[in-house]
Design a protein around this ligand. Structure first.
Ligand SMILES: [Zn+2]
Ligand SMILES: [Zn+2]
Length: 369
């Protein structure tokens, strides 16, 4: 697992609330400043160049940025932010930022992917249409919606090919000139430990050419960030980690290519009354001392919304569990049960008279106190 304690905002010199445009500008400026071509044999600049690229790869992608912000907010990197619960053992792993959380295999993948984007665009020029990327997104659903099924509103951050420029990054009707950074080759090479590494040019993202006038809609990126709002059908009985695939609802394809898929992972928000274990529902219900001793009928809520009358027999012991058949979660043709654990509540204070009555009760039933 690759982890980092880097503050990407500090690396780009932008505010954590900076908008995508500001981040893009800061990245471009710094990428140029620390570009290996401009700093031959300068390992520090090369290091900065890598950091800047890494920061941009995370912060320019709304989903990766949101995840990174979450981890950053937990104070995992030690730059401000409360660390909830202190440094309990076993919590480090959950608060350290991992590239795996971002769905990439580590630093080199990120590094490769930002530069490969240029390569891919070039590679796809002759091959024509390309399928859009799949988008993965986690959706929180209320417990009851997950239990009985329903709909959940979703707003998915998505990168899409800019409709204005068709992904070229140039303003409509602009003229194109050769990129001076890479002299039109689309790649740059820089030395690293005695051998040269070739990368797509960051100035023109591997296109080899730059627009005289960049597209105003995407700032020359060829991509726009959008929040796609849709309603996801939540199948009855989904649990945390359940996934659904919405075919064709991912990123749009380029040059007429098919769109990618949207893969939704559900995260079920706990309920204050119902707990779930598999298809069974567990609840704890308070009964008073007299109900437990003399027996009673109590009304218990179920996930169907109906209340069920449960008979508590005389002499019920604390923590006794009752089963209400068929009131659990119905999933794939099987229906779970509801388990009701009674919590016997003892009065916290008694009047003088009640104390006297309890002593009489104790004597008559042979209890000592
Ligand atoms: Zn270039
Ligand atoms: Zn555009």
């Amino acid at each position: 697992m690759t982890t980092t304690d880097k503050d990407y905002y500090a690396i780009l010199g932008v505010d954590p609330k900076a908008d995508p445009e500001t981040i893009k500008k800061a990245y471009r400026k710094l990428a140029k400043q620390y570009h290996p071509d401009a700093n031959p044999n300068n390992p520090k600049a090369s290091e900065r160049f890598k950091d800047v690229g890494e920061a941009n790869a995370i912060l320019s992608d709304p989903r990766k940025r949101a995840k990174y912000d979450q981890v950053r907010k937990l104070g995992a990197f030690g730059f401000g932010g409360a660390r909830p619960g202190g440094t309990r053992p076993g919590t480090q792993q959950s608060t350290s930022f991992s590239f795996e959380d971002l769905g990439v295999g580590g630093f080199s993948d990120i590094f490769t992917s930002i530069f490969d984007r240029g390569k891919k665009e070039e590679a796809r020029k002759p091959s024509g249409p390309a399928r859009g990327e799949n988008v993965e997104y986690t959706v929180e659903v209320p417990f009851m919606v997950a239990a009985t099924g329903g709909k959940a509103p979703v707003s998915v951050p998505i990168n899409e090919e800019c409709a204005t420029c068709g992904g070229t990054g140039g303003a409509p009707g602009t003229t194109w000139k050769q990129c001076d950074e890479c002299r039109g080759s689309g790649t740059v090479s820089f030395g690293q430990g005695g051998f040269a590494v070739s990368r797509p040019c960051p100035a023109c993202v591997g296109r080899g050419r730059r627009a005289e006038k960049v597209c105003g809609a995407c700032g020359g990126d060829g991509k726009v960030h959008q929040n796609r709002k849709l309603e996801v059908t939540v199948p009855a009985g989904v649990d945390t980690g359940s996934k659904v695939r919405l075919t064709g609802r991912g990123e749009r394809g380029t040059k007429g290519g098919a769109p990618g898929d949207l893969i939704i992972t559900f995260k079920v928000v706990p309920h204050r009354f119902f707990r779930r274990e598999g298809n069974d529902i567990h609840v704890t219900v308070p009964v008073n001392l007299v109900q437990a001793m003399l027996g009673s009928r109590i009304r218990v809520s179920t996930i169907s919304g109906r209340k069920v009358v449960l008979r508590v027999p005389p002499g019920t012991q604390p923590s006794t569990r009752f089963r209400i058949r068929g009131q659990g979660i119905s999933r794939e043709g099987r229906r779970g049960d509801q388990f009701v654990e009674v919590k016997v509540e003892v009065p916290e204070s008694l009047t003088e008279e009640q104390q006297e009555q309890m002593r009489e009760f104790a004597e008559s039933s042979g209890m000592k106190w």
